[in-house]
Design a binder for this molecule. Structure first.
Ligand code: PSV
Ligand code: MN
Ligand code: MN
Length: 389
């Protein structure tokens, strides 16, 4: 950990942080009540990459883009990777989708029918093929599997089926590839969910091996859950693969990260730094939907929110904190954290941006760039992000 006077080290750490943006955040999205279409949204995976390249250009720290298959289905993933590279970004995590087919009404990899399970596993294996073509390191697995009523299916058998499917996919991973298992406590299933919490994800990943890691989506916990504790614990066990960042007021709201509770984001980033997770393989991904706000500036804002929380966490005076903790000075220890949290880090981040040769105000720079006008004129009939498509 750095001390407060260690500005060059703080700046260096901020320059190396990378935030992955999700392809689906660039498309139209909404709730089950209404999708409000926006002018200029991407019509193709390539156009999503064009937009992601703007986010990277203006923030300097968003070099990769997560894909969601089949929302981003193309014939040639190698060509898509080249397309991304030519625009200064790379393809990142491959997100699987075994939740939108009619076949998955009773589940995917946990479905009672072996034929449906085979179909789901085939999709997951296809995602690894795609990773081979794109050069992606991570496969993100989220299962909507679960039940709605007590007795609907056997909880233990479903865990057995899950373990079997995960093992098949794990086997297929290359040496440099990982699987990130995401948990979510409810929705769309309302009684049991087959991967509802970090403990379940951790237990499966532990059995599978080093290439299986847990991903923490910040919107996937019961209200009041201490997410930073989970982060600290998973990092300590070497099992934190990454984050799906977003914020929530109620459930899986998928709002801009740091919007609902910037203090929580700071506490999470503090534990990341404390556990050595900043300069490691932990993936910092966004998983958001911009239902009513303009998408590209919202994603830029989200990246900046992650940076601000990170900067504040880097400013925690580790020496003073340790002294206060050892001496049992509860108030002094808390004050050290709050001092860092209450620091206005925007001037520091503006300097960081100038030092890497970008505009100190990414949102203003985006608005000045004319990109929004250009895509509004050129793109007619943008697609939905995938939800409800
Ligand atoms: C599920 O709610 C989830 O968080 C998973 O990561 C999905 O893949 C993603 O949403 C899609 O937005
Ligand atoms: Mn997620
Ligand atoms: Mn979610």
């Amino acid at each position: 950990m750095t001390s407060r006077s260690d500005a060059p080290a703080v700046k260096a750490a901020l320059k190396t942080q990378a935030v992955e943006t999700p392809s689906w955040a660039y498309g139209n999205s909404g709730t089950r009540f209404k999708v409000f279409a926006q002018p200029g949204v991407p019509r193709t995976p390539q156009e999503k990459l064009d937009d992601a390249a703007r986010v990277h250009e203006h923030t300097g720290v968003a070099p990769t883009v997560a894909l969601h298959i089949p929302w981003d289905k193309v014939d040639d993933y190698g060509a898509l990777a080249t397309y991304a590279k030519e625009r200064g970004v790379r393809l990142g995590t491959i997100n699987s989708n075994v939740f939108q087919d009619d076949d998955y009404k009773l589940g995917s990899v946990c479905h009672p029918d072996a034929a449906v399970r085979r179909k789901a596993v085939a999709h997951l294996l296809e995602c690894v093929d795609i990773m081979d073509a794109t050069g992606s390191r991570d496969l993100k697995l989220w299962f909507s599997d679960g039940t709605n009523y007590p007795g609907q299916d056997d909880i233990r058998s479903r865990q057995d089926r899950l373990a079997e499917a995960l093992a098949a996919v794990y086997e297929r991973l290359g040496d440099d590839q990982r699987m990130l298992l995401e948990y979510k406590f409810f929705e769309p299933a309302f009684y049991t969910t087959d991967v509802p919490d970090w403990g379940t994800a951790y237990a499966h990943c532990l059995k599978l091996g080093d290439k299986a890691q847990v991903v923490v989506d910040t919107g996937h916990h019961a209200p009041g859950t201490n997410i930073e504790f989970i982060v600290a614990l998973l990092l300590r066990e070497g099992k934190l693969g990454g984050f799906d960042f977003n914020s929530r007021f109620y459930a899986d709201d998928d709002l801009m990260v740091g919007a609902a509770d910037p203090f929580q984001l700071f506490r999470i980033m503090y534990e990341v730094i404390r556990g050595g997770g900043l300069a490691s393989d932990v993936a910092f991904m966004l998983d958001q939907c911009h239902n009513i706000e303009a998408k590209i500036p919202a994603i830029i804002r989200s990246v900046m929110n992650v940076q601000e929380a990170t900067a504040k966490a880097l400013l925690v005076d580790g020496t003073a904190l340790a002294e206060a903790q050892v001496s049992g000075d509860v108030l002094a220890a808390n004050a050290v954290l709050m001092d860092a949290y209450n620091t206005d880090v925007r001037p520091l981040l503006a300097e960081v941006r100038e030092e890497i040769g970008i505009d100190p105000d990414p949102i203003a720079a985006y608005h000045r760039s004319g990109w929004a006008q250009k895509i509004t004129e050129e793109r007619v009939g943008g697609t939905q992000a995938g939800w409800g498509a």
